[in-house]
Design a protein around this ligand. Sequence first.
Ligand code: SF4
Length: 678
Amino acid sequence: MYGKIVRIDLTKENIHTEPVPEVWQQKYLGAEGINDRLLWDHFLTVSPHIDPLSPDNVLIGGVGPLGGTGALGAGTKMKWTFKSPVYNIFGDSVGCGFFGSELRYAGYDYIVITGKAEKPVYIYIYDDDIEIRNAEKMWGTDAYQADALIKEDMGIDHAQTALIGQAGENLVRFACMVMSRNRTAAKTGSGCVMGSKNLKGIGVSGTKGIKIADPDRFFKVNQRAYSLMDASPTWNVFAKEGTGFLVRHYNHVGGQPWKNHQSNVLPDEVTNNIDSDFHLRNFKIRDSACSAGCATGCSDVWRIKGSETPYASTMSGQTGKRPDYGFIASCMCWGVTDLAHIFHLQHEWDRYGIDSFEIGESIGFLMDLFEKGILTEEDIEKWTGKKMKFAWGDIDVVNFITESVAKKENALYDIIHKGVYQTALNIEKLKGVPVTRYANYGGKHATEIEDIRNRPTWTLLFAVSTRGADHLKALSTMEQMNLWDVARSVFGSEEAANAKNPYLVGCVAAWEENRTTAMNCTGICIFNSATWTYTGPGTDLIAESLIAVTGKDPGNLLEIGERTYNLEKAFNSRLKLTRKDDTLCEAWMKDPIPEGKPGAGMKGEDNLDMWLDEYYQYRRWDKENGLQTMECLKQLDLEDVAEVLGKEGVISNKPPLLREEVVKDSVMKAEAFKMRSL
Ligand code: SF4
């Protein structure tokens, strides 16, 4: 069943609770969907053009109806939504940990924070008791220290926290929130918004549990889910290796960001020293799941003896949680060769509360400029007071840059703290030479980590994502994993899963976004949903679980995903974003993948325009300017949204094509391409 919404105005020190409207439950389901509706309504009361650091921004946290219930053994993910201080567009961020489930056990599914506290505060929640408490003694502490201090102040050592380290306090635009001590809501600057409100964090403890409408049905559907998981090879790999298996997979398909994307595969000796086999053999001591109700446990706990790698000798006895692939990839951007470096940095970046993608790409970019001779030791000394080389793979350099930014210690903060695109612009200004072509980022200048140029759906998704380049707003699993059966059942053609076919890409990308968004509305972990809930029995099981938990049939989940995604698009349209913003950085558009690497010769500009046309048409948007059409929003029961866009002149009145016709045409082209390639 649903918990309440709690609204906290930090300026007025006002706290108020209310039920989740029935109509929102039906139209948006929960989590990303209801968060987006709360965001949309908030920005009807203040201008969407506000500075994201102003008290008028809002920080919304939400957990979907399956979150914290143990449904499907699929874990719990919590969504945070706001206007992004890094990219100045729609922003959201997702994180696991036990904070989201604990919030639900206290009786709340959504927390909406507005205004700005006069002095540092934290929010205390224990069931019906909610207080804004003084956090002055916590200001300046790192995420681990703050977690301990909040629990001590609450007097509840098993309380769960969502909070910021020094990076959030110092308004590093890509600061993240740290949840339950070591999971992060990393993307688009959630921690910066929290810091801008003088809010150190939230501590929560709940004793109420979650009411399940039909417990018998709930247990039956869970038993079916466990059988499916046991029989799924994908799930078993994921349970054993987590996203660590992607080190090998991305070497195979050519998706690595080695040394600021100079190569899309890793040198063999590096792979052998950092891949999952090496980790499992040398470091793993036990399995670990990071959130309530997760049967997969894609994480594990490592322990360093000291002799495993050269750097391990400096970390003897330390333990931690296994870093996921995205984190490993961030470190590869600056040429890591020692897995213990990655363990160390995960600890440091979590401690400061900083997004690994942005800092990883920025450091790789600076090292690349240093290698090219554009950046010199004299520049570095002038900016930092310290003479040093930004040499590939140097852990001391990485530590120094990270600390400089997170703690605002020198001019590197000013240069880097707004993300890699702004870093490039700043260096162009300082050095008077063009360097943006060496910075890697996707749509709306947002940073991602994989090299995507040889996977068409992935490339398009990085250009169009509502929060910028992205892997969690849409997993292009159909293409990445060559899911031929899924391709046939959804589009009637296996070519939808063929990364070598340049047709059908727009349709698949939009479908993937709708599917992923629907999963993000349920409250379960998207990683689990991708392993076995893709179509057929999996989708049925999710619907069945929702009926068991809420007592209501959710209806068409893909339509809920599509409606939610359109709300995010509408937010960006109000900021005047159009087709021209759905693009990639110069490096990915113009530079072909080097000879001898997977996908050699491919580059973004080859087909992006064609894919965008098809993507907009599948979505029933206007392909000329990328804007939503009146008809599309009407069909999604978003007439009120259309009215706002109409008043602001950012909607199209053209009649959209029929989706079936768009798919039919694309399938014909894809099949014709296949015949030509035989
Ligand atoms: S699958 Fe992994 S990320 Fe998802 S809830 Fe489980 S342990 Fe956490």
